[in-house]
Structure formats: structure tokens, C-alpha cells
Design a protein. Sequence first.
Length: 249
Amino acid sequence: MGLLREETFLCLDLETTGLDPKNDQIIEVALAIFTFDQILTSFQSLVDPKCVIPEESIHIHGIDQTMVEDKPTIGSILPEVLDLMDHYTIVGHGIDFDITALHAAAEREHTPLPNPKPKKIDTLRMARIYGESPVNSLEKLREHFQIAFEGAHRAMNDVLVNIEVFKCLAKDYTTVKELEKILSKPIRMQKMPLGKHKGRKFSEVPLEYLKWAVKKNFDNDLLFSIRSELKLRRSRQSFEQSSNPFSDL
């Protein structure tokens, strides 16, 4: 047991009214229970958020107010979704966002959490370890691995692509435990993934920008990468000073 290719997983993706998983509302849920050989079952539903969907969000996922009218509320879907999350290892791209959004919805709906810390595998972090795709967005990874296009940015389309991306990224791993152990540690990223220096190697990012960025609320991998680069520069500076006989003059 524990071999990746013998395990059954749950791939999950949400669409929401915004980018704040704790306060924005879920408007679509899609999931698929799968093995490396097949998709066993899947579920997809639009969700009535009981609030106005911002225009900027509509431009991203194409879900407008008319599409969610008379759809189920998140409270009617949550118990089954949370139960599945308790029974399978969850696969997702930036999966912490989706888990946080579901847990926040459960708190608002007074729905019990079977497991506050479900088992998870984040394909975004796997892609950072892999390091051979120029960009680690799900769409760019789809292109990189030449996976069939499933359609516009909607939850089930992303789930189907995510499953195939996961299979590609997992090819060098044998067991779930091996992958979990690697993902339990911060990942040293090769390039700055965001901001005005996006795409540049950390060694090329100006020092003042790194000092600013290390104080921001970024994810653990990015903060670890920034701190590692700052530490490397301090060590290099100390070495240069100690090897320079005129440094104290």
C-alpha cells in the first residue's frame, strides 16, 4: 500500500467571488475521485453565493449572476464534500486556497469539519520542485506537458487538467509517503513568481526588493526562497570582507 499508482485521490477545484478564501464566497465546486488509470466518479455544481459576483471575477471564470440563480447554496453541498476530503488525499493546484475557502464556508454554515487538516498534495508546489516549466500556472503546465485543452477556466475543466498534470509531475515518485515527505519541507524556488521582478532568478533580484518582499505575507516557499537568497548574499559579503585585507581601513 502507499504506491502512488495504486492510490485513489480526490482532485478538487473551486471558483469564488474573489481572491480572499476566508471572506469571498464559493460559486462553483468540482471534484473527481481518480486513480492513475481512470476517473471513478465526479461531481460539479454551480453555487448560489447569495451575494453579487464582482465584474472582475466574472471576467476570470465567466460565471455571472444569472447562472447561479436557483442553484444550491454551499450549505447543501458542504457535508458531502467535506466527508470526501476526509477519506482521500486531496490533489489540487494551490490547494490551500480551496481548503481554506471550504473551511471558512463550513464555519459560516456551522457545518462540522470531519478533519481540520486533511491530507493534501499541491501540484503547484510539485511544479516548483520539477522546475522545468517556464511558468507554473495550471494552463502553462498543461501546455508544457502537451495535455489536451479542456475548455475555458471553469472548475471541472481545471480538475481534469489538474489530474493529468499531477500524473506528469508524479512520474519520478514511487510512494505517497515519499512525495508527502518532500512536500513537508519548504521548497527553494528558482525564480521570482510575482511582482515587478517576476521571472527573474532570485540572484538577479535587487537587494532592496528582497528586503521588502521578505516582510510580506507570501507563501512559505516564496519566503523561504527569499530568505535563502538574502542569507547567501550576507555570507558572500562576509567572505569578501574577510578576504579583503583593506576592508577595515
